[in-house]
Design a protein around this ligand. Structure first.
Ligand code: SF4
Length: 214
């Protein structure tokens, strides 16, 4: 049985500044940035939102824009048509049903267009300090490689991690696993030789890193 706290302690030593890498100043800005981050890098999203939020940064602003006007703002983010439609609809619902305030429960958030479990978790944990483990591609990959969980889908990973990690560490462990996934435990070529947690890692112990080098 792995000592998940020990692994998280090590990751905290490695990444003392681990935090959300999307730029935002309000829960609504974070919601929009997280919707835009699907299949797009945080760096690209920050470039787009850095300009866009100077002009529009409330649900009322976006509700007044047409989908085409939103597309003009976000078109370098990829999947821009569907993202623009979702941003428009979500803004309308927040204006009409929530008095312009982003809801702060998981159940309400996942009902918004474009908001899945991951986005809801990111918004809850970062904007509202509600413990949550948002599972993106990095969290899914790194947690399974290390062997903290053995799961086949992001949703199963989320529940397995919630069962394994103490609740007070949920939100921060999301950032730690992402930081490690982006910097060392990369999708195609994990840098196992330079990895400071390899002694805990099943993937490494099973020799998978050597298989990849062949
Ligand atoms: S040893 Fe390799 S696979 Fe395991 S966590 Fe480190 S980089 Fe990832």
């Amino acid at each position: 049985m792995k000592d998940v706290n020990e692994i998280l302690d090590k990751l905290e030593e490695l990444y003392p500044d681990a935090k959300c890498e999307l730029d935002y100043t309000t829960p609504f800005e974070l919601l929009i940035a997280t919707i835009l981050s699907a299949q797009c890098t945080d760096i690209r999203v920050n470039i787009v939102t850095g300009k866009m939020f100077k002009k529009y940064n409330t649900p009322y602003d976006f509700n007044k824009l047409s989908v085409d006007e939103i597309i003009k703002e976000i078109k370098t983010c990829g999947l821009y048509k569907s993202k623009a439609e979702k941003i428009k609809l979500t803004s309308k619902i927040i204006c009409e049903e929530y008095d312009g305030q982003v809801p702060n429960t998981f159940e309400e958030l996942v009902k918004l267009p474009g908001v899945g479990r991951k986005t809801a978790g990111v918004v809850l944990s970062n904007a509202f300090n509600v413990p949550a483990i948002a599972v993106d591609t990095h969290v899914f990959r790194v947690a399974n490689r290390i062997g903290i969980v053995h799961t086949t889908t992001p949703e199963k990973t989320e529940f397995a991690l919630m069962n394994t990690i103490p609740k007070q560490r949920w939100s921060h462990s999301h950032h730690l696993l992402i930081f490690h996934g982006r910097r060392i435990c990369k999708a195609r070529k994990p840098e196992c030789g330079d990895c400071h947690i390899k002694s805990y890692c099943d993937y490494y112990k099973e020799g998978n890193d050597n298989l990849e080098k062949k």
